[in-house]
Design a protein around this ligand. Structure first.
Ligand SMILES: Nc1ncnc2c1ncn2[C@@H]1O[C@H](COP(=O)(O)OP(=O)(O)OP(=O)(O)O)[C@@H](O)[C@H]1O
Ligand SMILES: [Mg+2]
Length: 220
C-alpha cells in the first residue's frame, strides 16, 4: 500500500478579486522506499502540494490518505517528517536540540539509538562542530542541513522535502541526497520538490508541476 495517496487534490488561493489555482486535480501515490522528485517552475504549486500533503493547507477538493488516516495533522515525526522551504528550525533550540527534537517527541525506529543516528547525520552533513549554536548563528546552508538531519533522525515513513539542497554547494547537496536515499533504502517514501537536476537523476521517478497540474516525467 502506498504511504501517501491523493486523488483530485485542488487548491485555489483567493485574495480580493485575484484567484490562483495552485493545485488542479492532482493525483499522486508514493510507495515506501520510493524517491519521487517533484520539479517545475517557481509558482507552479510544488510547495502548495507539500503543504496540503502535510496538513498545513486544506484542499478545496480531492481525497488524501497519509499512512493509515486521512488527516495528516495528527501524525508524529516518525510517520511524517518535513523539510519546509523556510526550514522551520526552532530558534530557541541549539542545532543539536533541533535535530533531536523528533526523538524527544516521537517514536525512534526499532533498534536504533536516535542520539547515535543524529550524530552520524550531523557528522555526514559537516555540522557536528555547530551543535551548540542557535539557528541564527549558523549559515543558511548549515541550517538547511540541520533541518534535513532533523527530518531523517527517526527514519520517517514519509519524508516531504521542499528544495532541501537549495542552499548547498554540490558536495553538501550530494551528502544530503546520499542520506535521503539511504532513508529510502530503509523504507522511507520520499517526495522531494527540487530544482536540482542531480536529485532528479537519482530519483526513482520524476513528476512535473505546471500551473498546478501534475504530469509524469521531467519538464519538456
Ligand atoms: N497563501 C497564499 N495565498 C495566495 N497565493 C498563494 C499562497 N501560497 C501560494 N500562492 C500562489 O500559489 C502558486 C503556487 O505557489 P507555490 O508556493 O506552491 O509554488 P512553488 O512551485 O513552490 O514555487 P517556488 O519554486 O518558487 O518555491 C503561486 O502562484 C503562488 O503565488
Ligand atoms: Mg516552493
Amino acid at each position: 500500500m502506498s504511504v501517501v495517496a491523493a486523488t483530485g487534490l485542488s487548491k485555489r488561493f483567493v485574495r480580493g478579486t485575484e484567484a490562483v489555482t495552485a493545485l488542479d486535480a492532482v493525483d499522486l501515490a508514493v510507495e515506501g522506499g520510493e524517491v519521487v522528485a517533484l520539479v517545475g517552475p517557481s509558482g507552479s504549486g510544488k510547495s502548495t502540494l507539500l503543504a496540503v500533503l502535510c496538513g498545513w493547507e486544506t484542499p478545496d477538493a480531492g481525497t488524501l490518505r497519509v499512512g493509515p488516516g486521512t488527516d495528516p495533522r495528527g501524525l508524529g515525526w516518525s510517520d511524517l517528517a518535513l523539510v519546509p522551504q523556510a526550514l522551520g528550525l526552532v530558534p530557541e533550540l541549539s542545532l543539536a536540540d533541533n535535530v533531536l527534537l523528533p526523538a524527544r517527541l516521537g517514536r525512534p525506529a526499532a533498534g536504533e539509538d536516535p542520539a547515535e543516528r543524529a550524530r552520524r547525520l550531523v557528522d555526514g552533513f559537516a555540522i557536528a562542530h555547530l551543535a551548540d549554536r542557535y539557528p541564527h548563528q549558523a549559515s543558511l546552508g548549515e541550517q538547511q542541513r540541520a533541518a534535513v538531519a532533523r527530518a531523517l533522525v527517526l527514519r520517517p515513513a514519509l519524508l516531504l522535502a521542499d528544495e532541501p539542497t537549495a542552499h548547498q554547494d554540490r558536495g553538501h547537496a550530494d551528502a544530503l541526497l546520499d542520506a535521503v536515499l539511504d532513508a529510502a533504502d530503509s523504507g522511507t517514501a520520499v517526495l522531494l520538490a527540487t530544482h536540482d537536476e542531480v536529485a532528479w537523476s537519482r530519483a526513482d521517478r520524476v513528476l512535473s508541476m505546471r500551473d498546478g497540474r501534475l504530469l509524469p516525467g521531467p519538464p519538456s
